[in-house]
Write a protein of this length. Structure first.
Length: 105
């Protein structure tokens, strides 16, 4: 009986993880900038963030300095830009699989 209960528990947990992994990642255009300077997020200095459907998320998988000087005239601390991204939200952070900064208009 003890082993049956453990097996049921294991299968239940395993199915939950399998469903999370099946989440389809889609390409989307988002606003991106410095979370602290432009999106008013609480943080520990300048950090890259994206805004998806009106909510801001700090980014994991790329950094603010990977896309030029954040403090330049057109940098992330000075203006909000657009990016084409692929990723998922995990624990209130956007984990990026692909991040392509779009040209300024």
């Amino acid at each position: 009986m003890k082993y049956q209960l453990l097996l049921v528990l294991f299968l239940t947990l395993n199915l939950g993880f399998a469903q999370d992994k099946k989440q389809t990642l889609k390409t989307q255009i988002v606003e991106t900038s410095c979370g602290q300077c432009q999106f008013g997020m609480e943080g520990h200095g300048c950090e890259l963030a994206v805004r998806i459907e009106g909510k801001s998320y700090f980014v994991d998988g790329t950094s603010i300095d990977s896309h030029g000087d954040a403090h330049a005239v057109d940098g992330f601390c000075s203006k909000i830009r657009k990016a084409e991204v692929v990723g998922t939200i995990v624990k209130d952070r956007f984990v990026v699989a692909s991040f392509k900064l779009l040209p300024n208009k």
